[in-house]
Design a protein. Sequence first.
Length: 151
Amino acid sequence: MDCAKSHLLRRGRFSQPSGIYLLTTVTNNRQRTFTDLWSARAVISELRQTEREDACQSLAWVLMPDHLHWLIQLKESTLCTVMRRFKSRSSHALYKQGLPRQRVWQPGYQDCALRKEDDILRVARYVICNPLRAGLVSRIGDYPHWDAVWV
């Protein structure tokens, strides 16, 4: 994504307490940063830390080699705070593992608010089936970096 246009992602963004959102964030230059187990687990640990801080509840997520899809319900935070903390802490965790100190995530993120009439389970299925669509696995159970509250 062109950094000069990342501000356009914020247009119309509103953080509704208890709102349900699908968030997508991409690694810098689409680098395949999360191909090894330890890098992926470091990022997942920081995703779970966001829940422990009561900022949000993760409903479903999948960490792909170069991006994250994350279906959340906000609690005591805003979208901006959730993503800023997650990106910062996950980058720091990767640096501790030896990743060169360079930008891990592209600026900004995509968000889509789900209304009550939206089918949350349909969106969750979309999220966790990402590795299948990408051809990384033939069964979702074979992909190690995903979770959903319904499983």
